[in-house]
Ligand binder design. Structure first.
Ligand SMILES: [Zn+2]
Length: 374
């Protein structure tokens, strides 16, 4: 999902990736930490005179270790998700922390534990560092003491900050899954989103008053994230009542694989279709040809080519009984306009984006009627 990022490590099959924004924020973090090194030394009970490494060196070490902590936090989420059968595509470290990309939406029941896993890990990790530091201060150098102390402190902070119910934060997800037990998932998302936006507003005001750019950025991401999650859930909810066969177009006009491009263009103009499923002599689906395939041809050769020479090969298909939401996801992920509906190798219909949007309108109409009926 996040392009412009590179894989730096793979932990138990999960690639950990760095987004380019991370490369910008790392020196910035190092600088902020190094400017506050005296305060941090004070908190850690270390005299600044005893430090060997330069403030910027310490800042850089701490900035890197903080992002390692964030990666571990995301791994904790990922392992719990995986234990519940959700595949993890990757973990991306970026501007404001990390994001674990799941292959599927987590089951509603599983969300509570998955959301808690990250903050619980951070709390435990930070707690253990601080706990172990106390008896070890005598043997550790001032620099190590400072690093371990600040890393422990920041992990505990990370745990509590993530637990704020500022949806879509971890705490916001915990809140949603608790609310969802009393009402439905969409309603719970709506409530959690509103609370998230209140937090975003609060962060933004506080950030503006105190001149903390970081808080303003966080506020912005919470606001956008909350809105997106809500819309996603509205769509999912609208689609959950339908299967593919409810909305697909059944009488599909197909073209034969040996048709020439010239004949194909004539059909496209006559029937005003921008794409056709391609069939063989036995009437079986062998591919799909669209306007784009024709446009991609070098002009000279185009009209005499056969359809099977220019068609897109791997046909992306769904089954008539697949739910509409998974069809919608397939369409979006492949970024295509139509899905072939196939059963036992035979073409049953085709499902376009506008067919899917019908579900949206039907649902809105039904909700309206339900309101009238009350
Ligand atoms: Zn988290």
């Amino acid at each position: 999902m996040f392009k412009s990022s590179i894989t730096i490590a793979t932990v138990s099959g999960i690639p950990i990736r760095l987004h380019f924004s991370f490369l910008l924020i790392l020196p910035f973090f190092a600088l902020v930490i190094s400017n506050n090194i005296a305060t941090i030394a004070g908190m850690a009970g270390v005299a600044t005179g005893d430090l060997v490494v330069s403030p910027f060196g310490l800042g850089l070490i701490l900035a890197v270790l903080l992002f390692v902590s964030v990666a571990l936090h995301e791994l904790a989420h990922s392992f719990v998700a995986r234990a519940q059968g959700i595949g993890i595509r990757d973990i991306t470290l970026m501007l404001l922390g990390g994001v674990a990309q799941m292959e599927d939406e987590i089951e509603e029941r599983g969300e509570l534990w998955m959301a808690l896993a990250g903050p619980l890990f951070s709390l435990l990790f930070g707690g253990v560092l601080l706990y172990l530091l106390r008896p070890a201060t005598a043997v550790l150098g001032a620099d190590v003491q400072l690093v371990v102390y600040y890393l422990g402190f920041m992990n505990v902070f990370l745990a509590f900050f993530n637990l704020l119910p500022a949806f879509p934060s971890d705490g916001g997800r915990v809140l949603r899954s608790l609310i969802a037990r009393r009402t439905n998932y969409l309603q719970a998302t709506r409530i959690a989103t509103s609370i998230g936006k209140i937090f975003a507003f609060g962060f933004a005001v506080f950030g503006l008053l105190t001149g903390t750019i970081f808080l303003i950025l966080i506020a912005f991401f919470i606001y956008i994230g909350a809105s997106q999650e809500y819309q996603f859930n509205v769509v999912r909810d609208a689609f959950s009542d339908f299967v593919v066969s409810d909305l697909m177009t059944r009488d599909v006009s197909t073209v034969h694989r040996d048709l020439t491009v010239g004949e194909l263009l004539d059909r496209m103009f006559a029937e005003r279709h921008s794409g056709y499923p391609v069939v063989n002599d036995e009437g079986q689906l062998v591919g799909c040809v669209t306007m784009y395939d024709v446009q991609a041809l070098p002009e000279a050769a185009s009209r005499e080519n056969r359809v099977h020479e220019i068609m897109a090969h791997p046909v992306i298909s769904v089954r008539p009984n697949d739910d509409l939401f998974s069809a919608f996801k397939k369409l979006s992920e492949a970024d295509i306009g139509r899905l072939m509906v196939v059963e036992d190798g035979e073409l049953r219909g085709i499902l376009t984006r506008s067919d899917i949007m019908k579900a949206y309108r039907l649902r809105a109409l039904r909700d309206e009627r339900a309101r009238v009926d009350m």
